[in-house]
Design a protein around this ligand. Sequence first.
Ligand code: SAM
Length: 239
Amino acid sequence: MQGENASLTPEPGHLYVVATPIGNLADLSQRALSILEKVDCIACEDTRNTGLLISRIFEEKRPLIAYHDHNEKKIASPLVDRIESGESIALVSDAGTPAISDPGFRLVRECRKRGIPVVPVPGACAFTTLLSASGLPSSSVLFVGFLPPKSAARKRFLEENKELKHTIALYESCHRIEKFLKEIVEILGPEREICIGRELTKKFETILTGPSSEVNAKLSNSSKKGEFVVLIAPIDFKL
Ligand code: SAM
């Protein structure tokens, strides 16, 4: 096991995959703070967002480099060259855990290919945050990230997974959440247990659970603004 001080100080030639809060700044871990303060460079999805986070937690600026969906193919290899030459680099995304429905996979993969140590610095992740407070079965979960935006493809997904014996976890946009809940009621039935989490860890955090028809009705009476996670119970779930 690493000693406490060692784990708080980045080592040369390492990539640190650092989770950041999904809303509540106080959720940033002590270890994440220390790594972000001390690494040579922070690779981030959006330099403005991470710049804002840095300005809230440190007095001084930190060196940032953009690493996002549109440049990751191009930039992953030169970033790994820098790590190979002895730099320590932290990878962060706009919120939550990098590489979970966020950029990061290529960089991590390239490091692993070249034998570079990749160190996870865990923290918030939107779907595990909701899962832990949902009361739905959590021992076996299928996480699918974002479903395709087209209604036909989402309906097909629900049809194909109608009888799944695992909880399904997914991310949905505020523009589609109402429609998606209606599709759940229609395809999985009004009795299927679901849970939706809106604005988790933030001021207007809302968690709605129950049969899909009830959650659907509750949602139509509450705000649809913000970010959403959806959990769908397995077909055979009964309390
Ligand atoms: N890497 C992130 C993680 O670890 O959860 C996920 C990034 S993904 C691009 C962003 C999506 O996660 C949002 O559209 C929303 O569905 C979900 N999400 C992020 N923060 C959230 C929050 N505070 N409350 C509810 N859902 C959230």
